[in-house]
Design a protein around this ligand. Structure first.
Ligand code: FE2
Length: 163
């Protein structure tokens, strides 16, 4: 018996961990980009963005651990370092922006994409009968939708409507 594999009951009919792994990898990328904004952002709203991004990278760091531990709990390997994270990530690896409106808009767009990926993953887990992974991913949908709203609110009504 493979001791890495938990009871079949726990993970339903055997989702392969790809949804959790994809969300974990993009969370690592977004953590690094959020810290880039925290350090490099420039503009009149610097201090507000500096503070907001600190709260957000801390939340992403906590979420990384939850996602990695859930992968292990269902018998899947977690990515080994940044190289493997990047292999599984779909977000662009760098922010590429320092001016606050563009940097903040880029982070908001990444949160929206990650919310959509987590929602899609949660649906996959529901179909697979893995209620625990479903709930972990739904928690990420809520967190990314809130983060996207907080960031978009700094952009003003015109950009918010389009973002
Ligand atoms: Fe800091």
């Amino acid at each position: 018996m493979d001791q890495l594999k938990p009871d079949r009951d726990m993970r339903g009919n055997g989702a392969d961990g790809s949804a959790l792994r994809a969300v974990l990898a993009d969370t690592a990328v977004l953590l690094a980009k959020t810290q880039s904004c925290h350090w490099n952002a420039q503009g009149p709203a610097f201090y507000a963005i500096h503070e907001l991004t600190e709260a957000q990278y801390q939340e992403l760091f906590t979420a990384l651990d939850v996602l990695g531990e859930r992968l292990r709990a269902v018998g899947e390997a977690a990515p080994d370092g940044l190289g493997e994270m990047l292999e599984h990530a779909s977000l662009a690896p760098g922010l590429g922006e320092a001016a606050i409106p563009a940097a903040v808009a880029a982070l908001a767009a990444d949160h929206a994409r990650l919310a959509a990926r987590a929602r899609e993953g949660a649906e996959e887990m529901e179909r697979a009968g893995d209620a625990g992974s479903h709930d972990v991913l739904i928690a990420r949908v809520l967190a990314h939708e809130k983060a996207a709203w907080l960031l978009r609110s700094h952009l003003g009504p015109r950009m918010e409507a389009g973002g």
